[in-house]
Design a protein around this ligand. Structure first.
Ligand code: FES
Length: 155
């Protein structure tokens, strides 16, 4: 997202009003999919809030991303049912296979990974969602298959 596009969003908010931080971050993320370093610097300057505080607040709310999404965005449900059915293991498997952690994007830009909340498919736990497509009762083998299919699709 360009500096001028960020400035367009900021124009809708009053300067030096720290209470606008969360709505500003939400709008930037909505428009760009994540909050870039450039965006943090511009928001900091516009609202008069140090960058370190912006990162602190954004991290606390746990709804903001600081890296772009990959072509395939994988969300691992960490709701109660999925947690009981092994979502921690699912996350570990994906992290190991893709060599990325929760909140990161792979170097080739193909995959990003994020822990998510209940998708409403608890009966199919553990659940992952890839680009909005739901996969239930996932096992390590199934995860390997899904990732291989996406890698093939990307070629
Ligand atoms: S807890 Fe995972 S779908 Fe509901």
């Amino acid at each position: 997202m360009s500096s001028s596009a960020i400035a367009e969003i900021l124009k809708n908010f009053q300067r030096n009003r720290s209470e606008a931080l969360i709505p500003v971050l939400q709008e930037v993320q909505e428009a760009d999919g994540y909050i870039s370093e450039l965006a943090v610097r511009q928001i900091s300057e516009y609202l008069g809030i140090p960058s370190s505080k912006i990162y602190g607040v954004a991290t606390f709310y746990n709804q903001f991303r600081f890296s772009p999404r990959g072509k395939f965005h994988i969300q691992v449900c960490f709701g109660t049912a999925c947690h009981i059915m092994g979502s921690s293991t699912v996350l570990e498997v994906i992290e190991r296979l893709l060599k990325i952690k929760d909140g990161q994007c792979s170097k080739d830009g193909l995959f990003s990974l994020e822990v998510g909340t209940c998708t409403g498919g608890c009966g199919q736990a553990p659940v992952i969602v890839v680009n909005g497509v739901f996969y239930g009762k996932v096992t390590e083998e199934r995860i390997k298959q899904i990732i291989a299919e996406m890698q093939d699709e990307a070629i």
